[in-house]
Design a binder for this molecule. Sequence first.
Ligand SMILES: Cc1cc2nc3c(=O)[nH]c(=O)nc-3n(C[C@H](O)[C@H](O)[C@H](O)COP(=O)(O)O)c2cc1C
Ligand SMILES: [Fe+2]
Ligand SMILES: [Fe+2]
Length: 399
Amino acid sequence: MDQSFAITPSVTWVGKIDHELTHFHGEELSTHRGSSYNAYLVRGEKTVLIDTVWRPYAYQFVENLESVIDLKEIDYIISLHSEIDHSGSLPALLEKIPGTPVYCSQNGAKMLKAHYHQDWNFHPVKTGDTLDIGGGKTFTFVEARMLHWPDNMMAFLSGDNILFSTDVFGQHFATEFMYNDQVNQDALYYEAEKYYANIVAPFSKMAAMKLKEVKAMNLPLSMICPSHGVIWRDNPGQIVEAYEKWSSYYHHNKITIVYDTMWQSTRKMAEAIAAGIKQADSEVEVVVRSASKHDKNDIVTDVFNSKAVLFGSPTVIRSPLSPIVAVLDLINAMDIKDKKAATFGSYGWSGEAAKVMAEHLEKAGFEIVQDGIRTMWVPDEDALEQCRAFGEEFAKKVK
Ligand SMILES: Cc1cc2nc3c(=O)[nH]c(=O)nc-3n(C[C@H](O)[C@H](O)[C@H](O)COP(=O)(O)O)c2cc1C
Ligand SMILES: [Fe+2]
Ligand SMILES: [Fe+2]
């Protein structure tokens, strides 16, 4: 017996809590709090398995499932998303119960075939299609294309009134608690927002449309079960509202300063600018991040919820330092925009970095509100005073 948890008399969680996961999508996304791959067993007159877990845990998953149910009793599999963190145990499972119908979106069928190259018994469905499993329980499928892959799909279970929401509303958050009301709220919301900023944000337009569509369905929601992290049972509408906020122009009263440095001059400039901002506006939250020392996904999250940003880098062979370029690229890729910005940096002779960063930011859709400030070599007291004044001016402009 490994891991299972009864959520309702008819729904059992049969996923995997991955406490040791530190990165997801290769090394691309940090997961400081681990993650979980949520799979659910739903029993009406028929029995349904929703999703599986990441491939390294396939053997454990199948063994665990066998301790909960005779696999032959599984009538249908619903695959909400073909990504390997959720589909990775399908080959091991379907080897044991070949021919079991796999319900998925049309894109899901294509993508599962392209991942596993097997001719499973696919039953492609589209928005509005239903699967009646008896006992007063029916699944209604809602496609969630590009949230965040072309195949994502949600399934609403009437009877229990649960929305199985796939990656949407998920968090990379490993906890032995199952529900949103049991965990530290700051940690939960940080992980949910980081997930949004680093995975869902490029598809915010689609997210906003899908939220409208789901709201218009007036589903009586008792729970939202995402495919990562905790289940939203206490006021499940709260995460829908959070997504509504995050998917439209969103910010706190916060300015994030992102810099990198070789010999500390640009760091000194960053600190002087931060002091200037504080002097001009005692209310605004100022966050200072080193692009090389702090985690890039946390930085993206800071930028995502800031009203304004400052980027600083020395010039190195006519360019900003590579960790800064990486963060700028990530922000552009995540389609984070519509924020005020300015740049700064130390230099020795040609000093292009401030201009190059401003160009990156403008291209990404940020508004440059003042010319970048540059200091030649190591800043003296005068130069630092100019940086403080630069910070003050910036704070006033973005207030
Ligand atoms: C490898 C290297 C390449 C550099 N290339 C340039 C350059 O192309 N243009 C320029 O203006 N300064 C260049 N510099 C000078 C730095 O911008 C200068 O040392 C600056 O003060 C460093 O700021 P920091 O203390 O924040 O690292 C270069 C420095 C190094 C070490
Ligand atoms: Fe995914
Ligand atoms: Fe996922």
